[in-house]
Design a protein around this ligand. Structure first.
Ligand code: ADQ
Length: 458
């Protein structure tokens, strides 16, 4: 039987893979345990130039090998901070205004991909199935192919694939698409992302797309839509079980009889947090009966804090939270509670269960697992309401949420009010419908369908 080799920018630790961190790590680790294999990528550590470029550090956990490498500061600056997060991330989230392009960073991105591919070679067996994840590693298969690797190699893009007119802004768009054609299967989160990729192939690469079959740059590949999910029953169980934890009790006591709107995101400009704060302000302004009656808890741990655009969004959020709180706070009431920290996963799910509204309004998002986690964490007898951006991939499945346009501040404020006042019957009905969607397409289905298609590819 073929082994599975997973390649991702960051590799979860064996402990994280067993449940303490995001569900994604657990889902991927599940497949690795079933098939046996290797999880390969960056350790997350940067070291001096001399100490970098050492062979992978190996940790064996049953039939799974965790193989990680360190990066030099220069590699990190060019590959991770530079081209991945300064060019690809903003452009793929339709934020050309926040993107920059630097040839040296792009050269570093390719150099690191080539080096990583070479590090993986000695760990590969001829019939391993290789599954590469996300925008940091677009050229990875091309580098393996150059080294003569004939294995099946699949790629899953966790973030949106932008419309051709948008990706044309990246000066090296053609090289990137050519690199993608070296995979056997290229998977996307939504139909729109898959369509955008195929549009590019047809309009700008003189390629052919028929159904899921694509021919471009002298290669044949298949595309597919694999909507990433969660394990909803596990989340529901844990959210109920963690209700007695200190953090959860503290939040429950501190809101007293007020209602709670809850948002959780990595601190990122794609998540629409500024617009969300303004919508909450508008709610307080337009509904005096809700003033002092409802709080927004926004949990947003900083990420990529050495990228300038992330420092800017952080300052903006601090300013907006302070301004709105200055305007509407009372001696025992703070409208927006803004917390820059991480929480244990199950504590977070239990906090979701306390909130009458889950407020998830990214400007663009590949999927957005928080939306799914919020729904899964609810008490089915008395569930909260999800207010969800139409630009989150999750909106395609969770159409029983209150769908909003995150640029429409007044529209979001209205949806919040509607959510806060929604009768129990309607809340239950919407929740059941969304929970059914989560169960039909859980994290296991995402993983298994991708791997089935990859194994079946030529
Ligand atoms: P992200 O942009 O990170 O993921 P998301 O899908 O919401 O966005 O996943 C974030 C995960 O981190 C969730 O599981 C959430 O619970 C967790 N998390 C967030 N804040 C936390 C905190 N303060 N403490 C602890 N945990 C926290 C990228 C894409 C998404 C896509 C996913 C998966 O941008 O669009 O859905 O990958 O494919």
């Amino acid at each position: 039987m073929s082994r599975l080799v997973v390649v991702s920018n960051r590799v979860a630790t064996p402990t994280e893979s067993k449940g303490s961190s995001g569900g994604l790590a657990v889902g991927v680790f599940g497949a690795l345990k079933d098939m046996g294999g290797v999880w390969f990528g960056w350790s997350g550590d940067t070291v001096t130039e001399g100490a970098s470029h050492r062979p992978p550090h190996i940790v064996q956990e049953g039939n799974v090998t965790f193989a990680t490498v360190d990066l030099s500061r220069r590699d990190y600056d060019q590959y991770y901070k530079g081209f991945s997060n300064g060019t690809l991330w903003p452009v793929f989230h339709y934020r050309n205004d926040l993107a920059h392009f630097d040839r040296h960073e792009y050269a570093g991105y390719r150099r690191v991909n080539a080096w990583l591919a070479r590090q993986l070679l000695p760990l590969l067996k001829p019939d391993d199935v290789i599954w590469v994840h996300d925008y940091h590693l677009i050229p990875f298969a091309e580098e393996l192919r150059l080294a003569g690797v004939k294995n099946r190699i699949g790629y899953f893009l966790h973030i949106p694939f932008p419309a051709p007119q948008v990706i044309l802004n990246v000066p090296v768009h053609e090289e990137l698409l050519k690199s993608l054609s070296c995979y056997d299967v290229v998977g996307f989160q939504t139909d729109e992302d898959e369509q955008a990729f195929q549009d590019y192939i047809v309009r700008h690469a003189h390629g052919v797309a028929k159904g899921r079959d694509v021919q471009a740059y002298g290669r044949k590949l298949r595309t597919g839509v694999y909507r990433i999910g969660v394990f909803p029953d596990e989340i529901a169980d844990q959210a109920a079980r963690y209700a007695k934890r200190k953090e959860v009790r503290e939040l429950r006591t501190s809101v007293e009889n007020r209602k709670l709107v809850m948002s959780v995101d990595r601190l990122d400009y794609s998540k629409g947090i500024v617009e969300r704060f303004k919508a909450f302000e508008q709610l307080l302004e337009s509904s005096p009966d809700l003033q002092n009656q409802v709080s927004l808890v926004q949990i947003a741990p900083p990420t990529r804090s050495d990228v300038a655009t992330y420092q800017q969004i952080r300052r903006t959020l601090e300013y907006e939270a302070g301004r709105i709180n200055g305007r509407f706070s009372g001696l025992n009431y703070t409208p927006i509670r803004y917390l820059n920290r991480r929480y244990d996963r199950w504590v977070l799910m239990s906090l979701f269960r306390l909130a009458q509204v889950g407020f998830v309004t990214p400007l663009r998002d590949g999927m957005n697992l928080v939306a799914k986690e919020y729904v899964a964490a609810q008490d089915p007898d008395d569930p909260g309401v999800l207010v969800l951006s139409r630009f989150a991939g999750a909106a395609a499945e969770l159409d029983a949420a209150l769908i909003v346009n995150p640029h429409d501040i007044a529209g979001m404020a209205e949806a919040l009010i509607r959510g806060l006042k929604m009768p129990l019957d309607e809340r239950r009905e919407r929740h059941q419908s969304m929970l059914a969607a989560l169960r039909t397409n859980d994290l296991g289905v995402w993983r298994d369908t991708f791997l089935r298609d990859l194994k079946a590819s030529a």
